[in-house]
Design a protein around this ligand. Structure first.
Ligand code: NAD
Length: 252
């Protein structure tokens, strides 16, 4: 019995000592998969205006245009594959007790790479929700790439993409904040840190947590002083960080 108690206690201690790492990813995370980012030159939003396709007003004005825009995005996302960076993050689950991915991306490339705890701050384009009241009550998986205006929720309202549009509340914000407040390491990858309130989350990490930002244009970003900057793309930067972490672990 004593032996069992001892084993349970050691297990509990191990669990408590386990590291929790939070990855906060943005559009740059999926750039190496061929998905356009938001602000880079040649990026998606040079071709479309936000007001036309990514606001509640746009949906009211011209829902078919909005539906077509997101159908095209969904089609593209189904055609691309997770990149090396997504795979390194999935691999981190072998080294850390908890790996939580908080992504601003609406693609499902983290999940397809094998990450098991992914929180989509701005929704998931592979899902639909009601355009009526209580839209956050249920989400419906979309078969294939096309959501049609005739597709309806059980209350009869047209289904819309499960995407948080500009000007809408971010329902997952509080939960994401809690995850970051309790992390040991925070890695920000591929975000220009200009879209709020999401970008504000990176300031919620504990003072003693290791904080890293990976971005090939890191000098152009407003990075808080306690972050280590890795001026590389997602795949190379994440692999570099993980190999350095593992080297350090072997030396201990
Ligand atoms: P952003 O477009 O504002 O910034 C992208 C950042 O990625 C830039 O800082 C850029 O330097 C960096 N970057 C470019 N190539 C990179 C690479 N190979 N590796 C790592 N970083 C790279 O993106 P944001 O801060 O996420 O804000 C854009 C908003 O638009 C988000 O809210 C997001 O929901 C949405 N968005 C999503 C997708 C997607 O789902 N894949 C794509 C475009 C936009």
């Amino acid at each position: 019995m004593k032996n069992l108690e001892f084993r349970l206690e050691s297990y509990f201690c191990m669990y408590l000592q386990g590291m929790k790492i939070v990855i906060f990813s943005g559009a740059g995370m999926s750039a190496e998969s061929g998905v356009s980012t938001f602000r880079d030159s040649g990026g998606l939003w040079e071709k479309y205006s936000i007001e036309e396709v990514a606001t509640p007003q746009a949906w009211k004005r011209n829902p078919s245009l909005v539906q077509t825009f997101y159908n095209e995005r969904r089609k593209q996302i189904l055609e691309v594959e997770p990149n090396a960076g997504h795979r390194v993050i999935a691999e981190m689950e072998d080294f850390f007790e908890q790996v939580v991915v908080i992504t601003q991306n609406i693609d499902d490339l983290h999940e397809r790479a094998g990450s098991t705890a992914v929180m989509h701050l701005h929704g998931n384009i592979r899902m639909a929700k009601s355009s009526g009241p209580n839209s956050e009550k249920a989400y419906y998986p979309i078969e294939g790439w096309e959501l049609k205006m005739e597709d309806r929720c059980p209350d009869g309202y047209p289904l819309r993409p499960h995407v948080v549009w500009f000007g809408e509340e971010v329902p997952m914000l509080e939960r994401a904040q809690e995850e970051i407040e309790n992390c040991d390491k925070l890695i920000v990858v591929g975000s220009s840190l200009q879209v709020y309130p999401a970008a504000g989350l990176i300031h919620c990490a504990p003072r003693e947590a290791e904080k890293v930002i990976i971005d090939p244009n890191v000098h152009e970003l407003m990075v808080p002083g306690d972050f280590i900057s890795i001026n590389k793309g997602a795949g190379e930067g994440l692999a570099l960080w993980l190999s350095k972490y593992r080297e350090g672990e072997n030396e201990e």
